[in-house]
Design a protein around this ligand. Structure first.
Ligand SMILES: [Zn+2]
Length: 418
């Protein structure tokens, strides 16, 4: 099946010249192609056709993209979408002056969501989470990562990972599962940290690996959660189980998470709001993606990660929503791009690289997606605007009109014409 996406005003290729990543200065090179149409065949990018020769092309289907822009399908590489319950109460408390960490210490925070998840059945969770996935699809997102981490015991962590697996079967986009058993210590193990870590290492990881329930193992390295030594132990076991590694670190306190993550060649280190000066260069010299989550800083009214310094030091920077009920109740990726531009000093071009090729790299999927290059998956987002600047300029506005996954149209907004 050959399809022609005809006469877009711009194709934002994010061409990497085969490198499949954008590092440092290269983030701003998004390779905008004008006066070309895009040919896709059997679900893959086939060719770029100059407008002068487009009449010679025989296609089975023509998709009119006149006056629109074609982007690589967006990749959302860090979410906690699989949650139940609401934390609106705690949100109200915070707005009355109580700090996020105080709420966590008082048994709220993540534990509130853990209780809600434990009290929900598999089917209830699938029903709760499905509309959230639909919302991602409507934004032009063609790959999304979802973490567990609200079960925190064997049955409930496995339940969450099975929910994520089921959603991946129900939806046409790719949903990448991450095991986040090391999110925080559940109440029943508050005074037995070693016991919980043993449960993760001896029971959860082997079962998850055997049943292929997760691609990555993640953890939260923080004073209120896991120490660097504890993460080191879990990472060693996860690596042995064949899982890739990701780490929440340097969000409120810098307690050695960067060292552990880099020593285990983690695929990504996420947050980095309090990243220390000495670590900028080390991250930049590594192959690990720095995933920044400005929605959290905005939502918690907290400092932003040093995006500018990381990029200027040659790091591979990605952006994500961190969509979750407590610290970033934000699922709008274009809003995150605007925050990154306005609050972290990133250019519009850099934010585009950060939600396409670099976020694909943060999921180790950059070989076949994240940019519009010949031979890659035809995962595309068609935005109803003539110029890419409007994505960031139209703060929070969803400009996506059509989502294409593996060459198939899987979403069209009501205003779309075909
Ligand atoms: Zn997170």
């Amino acid at each position: 099946m050959i399809k022609l996406l005809l006469h877009p005003s711009q194709i934002i290729t994010v061409d990497t010249k085969g490198k499949n990543e954008k590092r440092g200065k290269d983030l701003k090179n998004i390779a905008v192609l004008c006066d070309h149409s895009l040919l896709i065949e059997n679900g893959l990018i086939k060719d770029f056709i100059p407008d002068s020769s487009v009449n010679n092309i025989r296609a089975d289907k023509i998709i009119d993209t006149d006056g629109k822009i074609i982007l690589p399908g967006l990749v959302e590489c860090h979410t906690h979408t699989a949650f139940a319950g609401s934390r609106a109460d705690e949100f109200r408390q915070r707005l009355n002056g109580v700090h996020y960490e105080e709420i966590a210490r008082a048994g709220g925070g993540i534990n509130t969501t853990v209780t809600a998840v434990r009290n929900s059945t598999f089917d209830e969770l699938v029903n709760i989470v499905s509309p959230r996935v639909e919302d991602f699809v409507s934004q032009g997102i063609t790959t999304v990562e979802i973490k567990s981490g609200y079960g925190l015991d064997f049955d409930n962590e496995i339940k969450l990972l099975r929910v994520i697996k089921n959603l991946n079967e129900l939806f046409q986009i790719d949903i990448i599962p991450t095991f986040l058993g090391a999110h925080t210590f559940p109440k029943e193990f508050k005074n037995d940290r070693e016991g919980y870590i043993a449960l993760i290492i001896e029971k959860m990881l082997p079962y998850i690996s055997e049943n292929k329930l997760a691609k990555f193992c993640d953890g939260f390295c923080e004073e209120t959660a896991f120490s660097a030594t504890e993460i080191d132990k879990i990472f060693a076991a996860a690596s042995e189980s064949g899982l890739g590694l990701k780490l929440h670190t340097d969000q409120f306190n810098s307690i050695g998470g960067i060292d552990v993550a880099l020593s285990h060649n983690a695929v990504s280190i996420d947050h980095l709001e309090v990243l220390q000066e000495k670590d900028h260069k080390r991250i930049s010299e590594s192959d690990t993606v720095a995933v920044l989550l400005p929605g959290v800083s905005f939502f918690l009214n907290y400092q932003f990660a040093p995006a500018r310094k990381l990029i200027d030091n040659n790091a591979i920077v990605a952006l994500a929503t961190d969509f979750n009920p407590g610290s970033s109740h934000i699922s709008n990726l274009s809003f995150i791009m605007s925050l990154a531009a306005l609050k972290m000093g990133m250019t519009i071009e850099e934010t585009i690289s950060a939600v396409t090729i670099n976020s694909a790299k943060a999921l180790a999927l950059n070989q076949d997606r994240g940019s519009i290059e010949i031979g890659k998956k035809a995962d595309l987002a068609i935005f109803n605007t003539k110029d890419f600047s409007n994505i960031v300029y139209g703060v929070g506005k969803n400009l996506n009109q059509m989502t294409i996954k593996n060459g198939n149209i899987i979403y069209e907004s009501d205003g779309g014409k075909r």
